[in-house]
Design a protein. Sequence first.
Length: 179
Amino acid sequence: MEFKETPIKGLIEIYPRIFEDERGLFFESFHEKKLHENGINAKFVQDNQSFSTKGVLRGLHLQKAPFAQGKLVRVISGKVLDVAVDLRKNSPTFGESYSVVLDSGKNNMLFIPEGFGHGFLALEDAVFFYKCTNYYDKASETGILWNDPELNIDWGTDQPIVSAKDQELLSFEAFKNGY
């Protein structure tokens, strides 16, 4: 596995070593020891999977402490534009976002620590998979509007398919004042 630090501390891109031959391919999608050796000391307790059709945008989601979640995300099929926003109040990169295309052809992954908002846009029909460091807790879920002007995230579209629930998330300003 190759680990690439991003400009936001703790947010790490991961590229597995892929072995291909005439039969197909093989790669390790999770290796706890290698994650630990590269500064990811997360204990994963829950796996989630979703399917999204092209154009669906999910997010920006997070869970508040004490149920905050770190995530290891990837796509099993398709491509997504994956976005993480640093929402750690004392972070020098608070409010900054990072995006990467997760592509099932590359099998690349992104580790998102606790304290980040997360969302993705399906660039193709996509099966999205993620490991979580904490269990889902409905009372702790919150989020920020995907198109908040202060965050100014370039999703590559201004008309994605967004759930009614995600259209009612907080503005970044309201999040800052109430979180």
